[in-house]
Every structure is written in structure tokens, then in C-alpha cells.
Ligand binder design. Structure first.
Ligand code: SME
Length: 164
């Protein structure tokens, strides 16, 4: 599946509109919800915030909650994206030994760092139920989304802790 350029522009504009009226975790939750609605191959969408050496789940939208609400950066595909400072695409999670299983039907995953300047402050994590669900067009699109999310992620860090 891909994100054609003609589809990405209206979605990015809609995300701008969300971020104009919401911030912090409520903004992140609405962006997660909207991404799933706009792009059905995004089956589960979450935003983790980097807190020291731990990724903390700040917002998500999908059919099920994950038990992985806190992930040390030395673990999982989520940790790999932080350690390597790059977007990670896994075509088939069954052949990725570092993969932390969340959902039985996940087959592929994309994790995109969120940066404030050079510093990684969080990441977008998306799961799909088909092998090779994500390609370079998803990466380009989601890196543009991630560039918009540094401000709400930093704001979420100032909000009282809350289970999501
Ligand atoms: N699969 C991730 C863990 C997070 S769940 O997908 C929501 C990983 O391997 O880091």
C-alpha cells in the first residue's frame, strides 16, 4: 500500500488543523485517530515519547490496547528506531527477532522518529496486518507528519502522568 502525493496533502492540512486547536496528549490522540481514519492500512497508530532511556506511550488509536506502554530503548523495533536515529520499516515481523509482539495479526510495522532540532523526542509507531504494508511513500509522508508532532510531544511531557 502506498500514500499517493495527492492523498498526503489534504491529510497533512487536516493534521495542521488538528494541531491548531489541540495540543499535548489530546492533539496526539486526535492525530492517531485521524491517521487511521484517513489511511486504513494504518491499523494501529501510536505515539511514544522518549523519557530518558524509556519510550512512554502517550497516545494511540486502534482495535486493541498494547501491553507495551513503556519500552526501554534497548528493546524492540521502537528502540531500534531511536538507537539508529532513523525510520525503521519491518516488512514481516515474523522474521525480525527484536520485534516485541503487541497484536496477533500484526505482520508489518513502521516506526518514525519525532525530532526537536537534532534531538529525538518521540516516535510514531504504526502496525499493519499485511506483509510489506509500508513503503517509501509511507516513510516520506510519516516523516512529514513527525515533523509536526515535536511541539505536542514536548507539551505532553509537561502534563501529569496518565495511563493511556
Ligand atoms: N512492536 C513494537 C512494540 C510496540 S507495539 O507494536 C504497539 C516493537 O517491536 O518495538
Amino acid at each position: 500500500m502506498t500514500v499517493p502525493p495527492r492523498a498526503s496533502t489534504p491529510v497533512l492540512l487536516q493534521i495542521d488543523a488538528i494541531l491548531a486547536r489541540l495540543t499535548g496528549r489530546s492533539a496526539l490522540a486526535e492525530v492517531c485517530r485521524f491517521l487511521r481514519e484517513a489511511l486504513p492500512h494504518y491499523r494501529w497508530v501510536g505515539v511514544y515519547r522518549l523519557d530518558g532511556g524509556t519510550l512512554v506511550l502517550d497516545a494511540w488509536n486502534g482495535p486493541e490496547a498494547t501491553e507495551h506502554t513503556r519500552i526501554p530503548v534497548d528493546r524492540g523495533i521502537c528502540g531500534q528506531a531511536v538507537r539508529e536515529g532513523r525510520t525503521v520499516i519491518v516488512d514481516d515481523v515474523r522474521s525480525a527477532p527484536e520485534y516485541l509482539a503487541c497484536f496477533l495479526d500484526t505482520r508489518s510495522e513502521i516506526v518514525v522518529p519525532i525530532r526537536s532540532g537534532e534531538r529525538i523526542v518521540g516516535e510514531i509507531d504504526i502496525d499493519g496486518d499485511r506483509v510489506s504494508a509500508y513503503d517509501a511513500s509511507d516513510r516520506a509522508f510519516l516523516e512529514r507528519v513527525a515533523a509536526k508532532l515535536a511541539v505536542p510531544v514536548l507539551r505532553a511531557a509537561e502534563e501529569p502522568p496518565r495511563d493511556v
